[in-house]
Design a protein around this ligand. Structure first.
Ligand code: JD8
Length: 249
């Protein structure tokens, strides 16, 4: 998978791409990432990427010309590449959308700053508009990193052989069950006995039920699309009839 990132702050991408799974994927050639400094696509002496808004108002607007030049240069070499604008006005990003978009092998990520971009970028250049959530960020760079990281996980070989896409949260639509590692007692808090039992059928059942309970309590909206068995619906009815006993659960 190829990501071409257009930004006035290419340095933002250095550290996240230099660690862990993204670094590994880059080293192995599973993904390619190129950052393009929009200043390099300006034509004026001051390398201007922004200007005052027509009609007045606070802040600056990113000029259309450098972004058009950059996208057109990339698309002229890769006509199949698609562009995505990271914007609060975009379609809300979620795992299902990521899976769909991972079918496209080459993405051009357009990162705005300031008050946003000249509308003509959206009108003439942009294939998709994505928002990573309803909160205010300073620009599109962090959303671009999120987009890349989430899509990269669909590249064959990106995840280790012990972690598979299927086993993880959201692929079955439920939240994860609680995890424990050594020691068996930490500051008076014990690891649930079933996890020490060695009974794999019982462990599997316990984990599924903990996932169901946690999803019901924290994200009941997710349960609607989870496709539960009769036994699982019965278990949840039991959870619903109980009050959470402890302070934390
Ligand atoms: C791109 C500029 C900041 C946006 C004034 C200051 C995405 N989920 C998301 N939250 N925020 C963004 C995002 C914010 C951006 C830009 C993405 C470019 N800003 C501006 C308009 C109002 N603020 C985002 N994806």
């Amino acid at each position: 998978m190829i990501f071409d990132i257009l930004t006035i702050f290419p340095e933002i991408f250095r550290s996240p791409l230099s660690e862990s799974l993204l670094k590994k994927a880059l080293d192995r050639g599973l993904i390619q990432v190129r950052t393009w400094n929009l200043r390099d696509f300006t034509a004026d002496r001051h390398r201007t990427t922004d200007d005052y808004p027509y009609g007045g108002g606070a802040g600056m607007v990113m000029k259309a010309e450098p972004i058009y030049r950059a996208v057109e240069e990339i698309k002229s070499q890769n006509p199949e590449a698609r562009s995505v604008l990271l914007t609060p006005q975009g379609e809300r990003f979620h795992q299902g959308l990521a899976k769909e978009l991972s079918g496209q092998k080459h993405w051009i990520l357009i990162c705005g700053r300031y008050e946003g971009l000249d509308e003509r970028v959206r009108l003439g250049l942009v294939d998709r508009e994505i928002s990573i959530g309803d909160y205010i960020l300073n620009g599109g760079e962090v959303p671009a990193l999120v987009f890349m990281e989430v899509l990269s996980r669909y590249v064959p070989g990106f995840l280790g052989s012990d972690q598979s896409m299927e086993e993880e949260s959201f692929s079955d639509g439920l939240l994860e069950y609680p995890q424990y590692t050594r020691p068996p007692v930490f500051r008076g808090m014990e690891v649930p006995e079933v996890l020490l039992s060695g009974n794999h059928a019982e462990i599997k059942r316990w984990r599924r039920r903990e996932s169901l309970k946690r999803t019901y309590r924290r994200r009941p909206d997710l349960l609607e699309r989870a496709g539960l068995s009769a036994e699982e619906r019965e278990y949840l009815a039991e959870v619903k009839s109980q009050q959470s006993p402890g302070r934390k659960d």
